[in-house]
Design a binder for this molecule. Structure first.
Ligand code: GDP
Length: 299
């Protein structure tokens, strides 16, 4: 619900900056817009978008288009929404048996947590879900996935530590097909410092999946940490050279001062933002909704 978004986002540094701005500057003037620009840039909205947006509002203000701060706020809301309209494309897992989601992203971004939340969500929608513990590099990742699975009654396919990731995921797809599973979600390793190794591994995973289903994976979902701001952009640039990312999850948007990165991602890549993480709990993953997001940030 809308209320949930507001509760989670209003405490974020970005939202607090915006609401205090309009309290401190009830009057329409250039100072208000200068400060707005600083807030947008500080929240990692990106220089181009921030400048463009503020200069457009400034021109309109000087033409006396806005009767008061509320009118300017409405125009700001509209401008923010327009920038996200194209990336609001929910993931449709449809009725394939199974729909295969390959999740990628560097360690610590919330990938395992996101897989757990997705499993819970699809299960709650009445789908059969299977998880593949493809991050075989870290024993902890396999254990963490098993814990999520056990807690939410979702089966997990795993092999021993140091097993071949592609083999685990291939095995999982075979199992999923045999069981008539609706959604298979595969975890992968997230160590980017050995880019060559990761490239080989993800390439091999895609190849073996295609042996069983030429269209798999149906979604390559990259998980991005929303608190890392500009760094998130460079991660995505790097990953796109390794694998064809088809959708994004932006995590940890609750509480971060860097939530503006969602706008920067939309501008630079135009990739669908499928879900956002608004907390650590099993149900804190929301289908991305531009209006709920923008309204959660604005006063
Ligand atoms: P991984 O290394 O990418 O698999 O990352 P984890 O799934 O282990 O998550 C790292 C930390 O981020 C954990 O403490 C999670 O609880 C936390 N986390 C993940 N998603 C969110 C979110 O949307 N909001 C918040 N506040 N924390 C999150």
């Amino acid at each position: 619900t809308r209320r949930g978004w507001r509760d989670r986002l209003s405490g974020s540094g970005f939202a607090r900056g915006l609401s205090s701005l309009f309290v401190r500057h009830p009057k329409l003037d250039d100072d208000l817009l200068d400060e707005l620009e600083t807030i947008l840039i500080t929240a990692d909205v990106g220089i181009e978008t921030s400048t463009e947006l503020v200069e457009n509002l400034r021109a309109r203000m000087h033409k006396r288009e806005f009767a008061d701060a509320d009118a300017l706020l409405a125009a700001l809301r509209q401008a923010l929404l327009v920038r996200l309209a194209l990336v609001e494309k929910p993931l449709d897992v449809g009725d394939r048996l199974p729909f295969v989601i390959l999740t990628v992203g560097i360690n610590g971004v919330g990938k395992t947590t996101t897989i757990g939340k997705l499993a819970r969500r699809y299960r709650d929608e009445g789908r059969e879900v299977l998880l593949a513990a493809g991050d075989t590099f870290r024993a902890a990742a396999v254990e963490q996935l098993k814990t999520w699975g056990a807690r939410n009654s979702v089966p997990v396919i795993s092999q021993g530590q140091d097993a071949d990731s592609a083999s685990v995921i291939f095995d999982a797809l075979q199992t999923a097909r045999a069981r008539g599973t609706n959604v298979l979600i595969a975890d992968t390793a997230g160590r980017l410092h050995t880019q060559g190794g990761l490239m080989d591994e993800l390439g091999k995973i895609a190849r073996v999946l295609k042996k069983l289903d030429p269209e798999a994976p149906h979604e390559v979902l990259m998980v991005i940490d929303g608190t890392t701001g500009q760094n998130a952009l460079s991660q995505l640039r790097q990953f796109r050279q390794i694998v064809g990312v088809t959708g994004l999850v932006v995590t940890k948007l609750d509480g971060t001062a860097k939530g503006g990165v969602v706008f920067a991602l939309a501008r630079e890549f135009g990739l669908p933002i499928r879900y956002v993480g608004l907390g650590e709990g099993a149900t804190d993953l929301r289908t991305f909704n531009a209006e709920a997001f923008v309204d959660g940030l604005l006063p």
